[in-house]
Design a protein around this ligand. Sequence first.
Ligand SMILES: Cc1cc2nc3c(=O)[nH]c(=O)nc-3n(C[C@H](O)[C@H](O)[C@H](O)COP(=O)(O)OP(=O)(O)OC[C@H]3O[C@@H](n4cnc5c(N)ncnc54)[C@H](O)[C@@H]3O)c2cc1C
Length: 423
Amino acid sequence: MTGSANEQLPVIVAGGGVAGITAALDLAGSGCCVHLIEKDAVIGGQTARLDKLYPTDHCAFCPVWTQSRLCLAHPLITVHTHSCIDAINRIQEKGEDQGEGQGEDRVEAVIKRAPNYIDARLCIFCGRCEAVCPKNAVSPTLPHALPRTFLVDADVCTKCGRCVEACPTRAVDMARDPEKTKIIAGNIIWATGFSDTDISVLPELGYGSHENIMTSLEFETLTAEAGPNGGKILTPQGKVPDRIAFIQCAGARDRRKFSFCSAVCCMHALKQARWVKRRNPNVDCVIFFTDMRTQGRHYYAYYLDAVQNQSIKLVRGRPGLICPLPAKDLIAVRYEDTLTGQLNTQGFDLVVLNGALDPGSNARTESSFTPETDDQGFVCNTSDQQFSCGFCRAPADVEVSAIEASSAAIRALGTRINGNGPN
Ligand SMILES: Cc1cc2nc3c(=O)[nH]c(=O)nc-3n(C[C@H](O)[C@H](O)[C@H](O)COP(=O)(O)OP(=O)(O)OC[C@H]3O[C@@H](n4cnc5c(N)ncnc54)[C@H](O)[C@@H]3O)c2cc1C
């Protein structure tokens, strides 16, 4: 092992979800400086927006909150919220006896911080800005995500300046401009995760035709204990539903949208149906599946418990048509049960579409640097200096994302020690 100048350089981690936070903490725990770049106002990613986590059904945000707190407090980690990588230049430094293509690689990254009026680093979350705003343009960030701060809706704000005057720490500044900072780093770890995507392009799924046809992330928010109904199972109209359909592979394993399997949806459909049953055992839950994919420690037992003890029904088949009935109070689901060959139409109060999780749209942030992606949108490992982990690398649940993030951290540390990374 030889020492290297890269040993002194920080690592940039793009994306502050479970994967990015894990990589940052592992790197910092080994004495490495980290810049964690997060495009949102808070870190925690999608997991901070989830309610419960399979396979334990424990609260999703408690562990994320703890990890986020450790990250924000760590002396070797600088968290840049509202920020993206705007440009990357590769720098190769040659030693005296080294020729073309040899030497130590490093990267110069330009970090762009979007102009948000409230600086989270100064905000003490006293709420005075929100209280004095005459237009209700100021609102707090997610209650269980960090850092806790307020956001100003630039479309509603009239820049009257009352919040600036009310702020005791001068955290509010209406004239704030975008900031650009250059960081020289040894490596970049991409951990930009996934986002919901528009599935109205698949007309048979009926998305957009009725508010009771929703994505799994929308359903998770609707039914969350920290959500609008305090964990009660209600439709958007406030009615107790009789029947809920969960449609698997809606936009996944489908060449018209994403041909890959999103890997997490069978398990989170079971989780959501179990949560419904726990809150209201009278609600019928039917999961329409292609195959139930439940690989993982304790996952199969979780599935068996759902179907054997919680009377969650499974139907093998992809519905060919989902549409609101003319009276608009029920959603009709037309399907073939491929195990019996029977064609059927049933009415549901709510339809949850699972599957279309897009890893690429996050990486393609407007007016910022875009890492290399494959034809499905997953971020590629482009060199020994840049690699990916978590859902942006391949479909992965929280456990797998965290394991991959630790591997990415080890790989980054390896390149710092050996120059070219582990074999
Ligand atoms: C409905 C639903 C329920 C789920 N339930 C479970 C469950 O119960 N158990 C489980 O194990 N898994 C579950 N999952 C999967 C889980 O959400 C993912 O495994 C996890 O979020 C992946 O973490 P990540 O850090 O890779 O990505 P993300 O959580 O997506 O985090 C990515 C972060 O990067 C940021 N970012 C994106 N682009 C940029 C950019 N260009 N620059 C800077 N920052 C950027 C984002 O704002 C975000 O903060 C569920 C998924 C869904 C859809």
